[in-house]
Write a protein that binds this ligand. Structure first.
Ligand code: FER
Length: 327
């Protein structure tokens, strides 16, 4: 899967491996070598990390590496009943090691890409989610945090399948209802979680990034800290190699409602070599800027539609959370 053209061909061949859409193109299981003079290069030295509000293009090695002295959480899987979909649906959940009902934890809802499901992130160790969350908590930068990975394809017909056409993507746009009316109340009832926007985070990759933007603009009062990584087209009308997008909203509507509570942090990011969504994330940034919606935009030099972008987005989201809460 190297080019858009190849991807287009794969979608016509049911049974082909579509997993790189769901959770990013796999990356080497070693931290990316920083280029000379790169700010990230200096932060590779473990003791050097400084908590400021600057974006670091690459997740520093000290946060993605497994450490001997840190206990990491493990993903487990369970189901909830979705009124929105009229059926039971699965989710994966990463509880911190030593999770206890005596404590309360903030929650990150993390949304996968197209053709994915609740196993897309939990099944790919090279996204380093467990390590990034565990290390940053172990270093006292963030609170121990629960990560919930839902199935974002919120279809009401169990036989419906995702695809690159306007009907087949509708269940993804319906996820806002499942998340807010079914999954979040379920998670808040079942686990020992801190509630409220300060303690509720939203992030997503690609199709999950698109829905992250949509949900954030529609319900900004619910999520204090947000990151849309390599967001897929379709928030606004447009056309790419895969399909024509009607748009979830018009360009002029890509903003927060007047007087709305806005997220403390709203990151939009993408790799400069993204072979799947190209410059659509940059277009979102430009529209948000034009329309006066505050956000942070950055590009990950050299990253494709891959785990380097995912690790970067998650690290920077948590770094911004750490900085904000330390203030
Ligand atoms: C599209 C291009 C990319 C699109 C979705 C994607 C629905 C999603 C890619 C991914 O999730 O990896 O035109 O339309």
């Amino acid at each position: 899967m190297e080019t858009n053209k190849n991807i287009e061909e794969t979608t016509e061949n049911a049974g082909e491996d579509l997993s790189s859409f769901a959770s990013g193109i796999k990356t080497e299981d070693v931290p990316a070598a920083p280029t000379e003079g790169d700010a990230a290069a200096e932060s590779e030295v473990a003791s050097d990390f400084v908590l400021d509000d600057r974006i670091e293009e690459r997740c520093p090695g000290m946060f993605e590496a497994k450490r001997e002295d840190v206990q990491y959480g493990e993903f487990t899987h369970d189901v909830y009943y979705s009124e929105t979909c009229g059926m039971e649906r699965g989710y994966s959940i990463l509880l911190p090691a030593g999770y206890s009902e005596e404590k309360k934890y903030p929650v990150l809802y993390l949304l996968h890409g197209i053709f994915g499901d609740e196993y897309s992130f939990s099944g790919d160790g090279s996204n380093k989610i467990k390590e990034i969350v565990g290390n940053m908590a172990a270093d006292g930068l963030i609170e121990e945090t629960i990560v919930v990975c839902p199935n974002m394809f919120a279809a009401t017909d169990p036989a419906q399948k995702p695809g690159f056409d306007s009907v087949s993507v509708l269940p993804y746009d319906n996820f806002i209802n499942d998340l807010i009316n079914d999954l979040m109340p379920y998670i808040e009832g079942k686990y020992s979680v801190l509630t409220g926007r300060e303690n509720t985070y939203l992030a997503g990759f690609s199709m999950g990034g698109r829905e992250t933007i949509f949900i954030t603009l529609k319900r900004p009062e619910l999520f204090g800290y947000v990151c849309a990584i390599s967001a897929a087209p379709g928030v606004v009308p447009g056309k790419d190699n895969f399909m024509t997008h009607e748009g979830q909203m018009q360009e002029s509507e890509m903003k927060f409602a007047d007087g709305a509570t806005e997220p403390e942090v709203f990151i939009i990011c993408c790799g400069t070599k993204d072979s799947v969504v190209g410059t659509f994330p940059k277009q979102y940034h430009e529209l948000l800027e034009t329309n006066g919606a505050a956000h942070i935009w950055y590009e990950i030099n050299g990253a494709d539609h891959d785990n380097n972008a995912i690790k970067s987005g998650l690290f920077n989201l948590f770094k911004q959370i750490a900085y904000d809460k330390a203030e």
